[in-house]
Design a protein around this ligand. Structure first.
Ligand code: SF4
Length: 90
C-alpha cells in the first residue's frame, strides 16, 4: 500500500539529476531543465501521489507531480478552495 511518503521508492526521478527537478529560477537554462523534468514525470507511475504530497505539504520549490512552481501554485489555490468547499458542505 502506498503511504504519504513511500511512493518515492517507485518514482521515475529516483536516479535523475536533482538539478532538473530543482532548477534555479524559471527562465534561461531552467526552462530546459523544467521541460526535461516534466517529461520524466509524464512517465512516472506515482505522479498522482507525488502531486498530492506536494499540495498537502505545500512544496514551493521544484517540479512535483509534473508541475513546476508557478503552475503548482495556481493548482494549489484551486485545490485549497475545493477542500474548503468540501469541508463546508459536510
Ligand atoms: S511525478 Fe515527477 S517529481 Fe514526482 S516522483 Fe514522479 S518523476 Fe519524480
Amino acid at each position: 500500500m502506498l503511504t504519504l511518503t513511500n511512493w518515492r521508492e517507485l518514482s521515475a526521478c529516483r536516479d535523475s539529476d536533482p538539478n532538473l527537478f530543482f532548477p534555479i529560477g524559471t527562465t534561461g537554462p531552467a526552462v530546459g531543465q523544467i521541460d526535461k523534468a516534466t517529461a520524466i514525470c509524464g512517465a512516472c507511475s506515482v505522479r498522482e501521489e507525488c502531486l498530492q504530497y506536494a499540495l498537502e505539504t505545500n512544496q514551493e520549490a521544484g517540479v512535483w507531480g509534473g508541475y513546476a512552481e508557478d503552475d503548482r501554485r495556481r493548482l494549489r489555490k484551486r485545490w485549497l478552495a475545493e477542500r474548503r468547499r468540501q469541508r463546508q458542505a459536510s
